[in-house]
Design a protein around this ligand. Structure first.
Ligand code: TXA
Ligand code: MG
Length: 318
């Protein structure tokens, strides 16, 4: 059931059930961080491997010291500037945070979501919420309550209605080596904004070929069922796919040699925020159309363009 009722949602959570939670980035599958039953149901319903830890969602940055300790100064500076907002910090955990949530790691991922409904709900609760994105493992993250409902149906008794996610792509994940920030996952907050605020370059773990620091950063992820091909030249690519049923995804109004009924333009004004907010919904929409292939044009590789390209590249892995 999709509901606007915060009190009803609280009753489910207090009784150790999990719920669909709207945030500004994507919808989450949320449960009480102190309920083993709820946390286990999250992994089970999502089909998520237990080695992949969850993000803890707080109602306010003041609550950080209840879940994390030995917090570096640069982490405080990010939380002061960007919370509530789409940046997740990886910090040494307190012993009260279970190994199930952190997948046995000594660190916990934390953020304060910037969403009125989510904050109102968290404010009613006596505990923070652990939540991964509300999609089955490996598929596209949901940016509307309908997406969540389509994925889980009755197995998820309650989804809190929160409209379309305004950011539309997951949070940016930042860890720390002492005080030195390290980017674990590109996301809705651009690397440039973080670096400008801290006056430091972010170190990166992203290009390493070994075991990823954030276990969820498996190279294939966020995938539609329809094959996705990426290009810098849509016309050239489409020439080779001309006999197929094609869906087209582009940043702005591309001039195409062929007319295509299934061409989604993410932002006719070429605004990156708008394009990011519409990306997953567009992939969901094209994926419903029983097409042979979706072709997408790569974005300019800076700011949120880099985040969008990261998600397109993961979605395109065969
Ligand atoms: O925007 C978001 O971050 C959304 C909304 C619901 O808040 N959540 C989200 O969660 O994207 P999820 O579980 O799909 O992605 C969380 C990522 C995973 O890649 C996980 O491996 C990483 O965070 N992560 C969590 N705890 C970690 C830790 N202690 N160390 C390293 N990576 C961690
Ligand atoms: Mg996810």
């Amino acid at each position: 059931m999709i509901t606007n009722d915060l009190e009803l949602t609280k009753i489910f959570l207090d009784n150790e059930y999990i719920i669909g939670l709207p945030t500004e980035t994507v919808y989450g599958l949320a449960g009480n961080i102190y309920s083993e039953k709820a946390i286990k149901s999250i992994f089970e319903l999502k089909g998520r491997p237990l080695y992949n830890p969850l993000i803890v969602h707080l109602k306010h940055k003041n609550a950080l010291s209840a879940v994390a300790q030995n917090i570096p100064d640069s982490a405080y500076r990010l939380s002061e500037k960007f919370w509530p907002g789409p940046v997740t910090l990886i910090l040494p955990k307190r012993s009260s945070i279970s190994d199930l949530i952190t997948a046995g790691k000594p660190t916990v991922a934390v953020r304060v979501p910037n969403h009125e409904k989510a904050l109102a709900l968290l404010d009613l609760l006596d505990y923070p919420l652990a939540a991964p994105s509300a999609n089955p493992f490996g598929s596209i993250s949901p940016t509307t309550s309908e997406h969540v409902h389509d994925y889980f149906g009755r197995s998820l008794p309650i989804i809190l209605e929160g409209g379309s996610c305004t950011k539309g792509i997951e949070s940016t994940i930042v860890g720390f080596d002492n005080n030195r920030p390290i980017i674990y996952r590109l996301g809705s907050l651009s690397v440039e904004e973080i670096e400008d605020h801290l006056g430091m370059r972010l170190l990166t773990t992203l290009k390493n070929s070994g075991v990823p620091e954030a276990p969820g950063m498996l190279s294939k992820h966020y995938s539609p069922r329809t094959p996705l091909l990426l290009t810098n030249d849509l016309n050239l690519l489409m020439e080779h796919q001309a006999h197929k049923k094609i869906g087209v995804l582009s940043f702005g109004n591309e001039r195409l040699d062929y007319t295509h009924e299934h061409h989604l333009v993410l932002s006719s004004e070429e605004n990156l925020d708008e394009a990011a907010s519409k990306l997953y919904a567009a992939l969901h929409q094209l994926d419903q159309l029983q097409l042979d292939v979706i072709v997408a044009k790569l974005f300019p590789d800076a700011g949120l363009g880099a985040t969008i390209n990261d998600r397109l590249q993961r979605a395109a892995k065969p």
